[in-house]
Ligand binder design. Sequence first.
Ligand SMILES: *Cc1c(COP(=O)(O)O)cnc(C)c1O
Length: 429
Amino acid sequence: MRYYSLNHNAPEVSFKEAVIQGLAPDKGLYFPQSITALPAAFFENIEALSNEQIAFEAIRQFTGDEIPEKDLKEIIADTLCFDFPLVKVEKNVYSLELFHGPTMAFKDVGARFMSRCLAFFNKANTNSKNTVLVATSGDTGGAVASGFLGVKGVEVIILYPSGKVSDIQERQLTTLGQNITALEVDGVFDDCQDMVKKAFLDADLKHKNLTSANSINIARWLPQMFYFFFAYKQLKSKGKSLIFSCPSGNFGNICAGIMAKRLGLPIAHFVASTNVNDTVPRFLEKGNYEPKPSKATISNAMDVGNPSNFIRIQELYDHNLEAFKKDFSSYSFTDAATTIALENIYSNSGYIAEPHGTVGFLGLKAEMQKQPNSVGIFLETAHPIKFSEVVEPALKIKLPIPKQIEGVMNKEKRMIKIKTYAELKAFLI
Ligand SMILES: *Cc1c(COP(=O)(O)O)cnc(C)c1O
């Protein structure tokens, strides 16, 4: 499969090159040259297939002949080492739980898949070495640290803002050691992100083969299609029109869902649910795309002012706004509304959500008022323990610590403190 840059000013590349580069040289996101729908029989028989078989069919056209069938199957088996249960919350409303992986956030799927692809490419060329450089506001860092731990030929450097990530999140990215280094930046997330962007453009660092592990990287983005298929497989009422609501920050998840639809998955409608960082809902309402600096909220993994994958979504709809609006709605919710909904979900159904999933729930309910005869699924993107500072006081409960989290609680945190880009550069060299 060939990939082109959405800035249309860079050469087409292979899957391998797109993964290794992350972003095209013209700073555009890579996009596959063709998307071929899967046969109808695949969807008719989906219940008989294992998750690994489904994932293989969904992704094979995108890796093409660059990863042999046997190796791709191994990568998938290694990626999907946990469950993706669909849990009924109320009549016709389901939570798709994506948090049963090693760091208890959906990002485990993409991080594991991408790291194993890089390891495969490095196996064929033992001289090559890559450096994954990533800025995190919380969840990405942990998933990338865990997903890349011990992967040969790959060094991982994670920048996180001092004092802005939760204790659990900090532990997940500072306690692993080996090929993972955490840099604690005296600043906010945007400072970390700016330093990473600067490093990618710095000619003095070319020899380091820097790549990103955010959803701009196709090997992190594309495997996020998998769990839309897994949800459909588990759904009993397949006759009804199906709505997915994704709590959205960089819009990687929802964009992967739209890819699944293009592969033939019968999804009638998508809802991008956001917190007050509402660039996309404002765009749909007013027609002009005006990114703003991000604001801090209780669903902090969605505090994104300029969602990087929105351009891929527009490409999927050939930049046809009318066609796009038929399939897609977007709603924004305040922290106050989210906290009330978190409490209501718990008191009405006993289900313990967390702030991101709750924003997804609210968006789903808003759309289902317009489309009452549908069945809706919201993505629960993280385990409530990761946001226990919000969940425990709101629900007046104490959450037990899951074993994945227990594993990092007693280990020593190790990080290097930096303040400026010059310090980052000196470290990299
Ligand atoms: C990253 C993240 C999101 C946002 O996902 P995008 O693909 O960036 O839209 C939502 N919830 C949680 C818990 C996350 O970690």
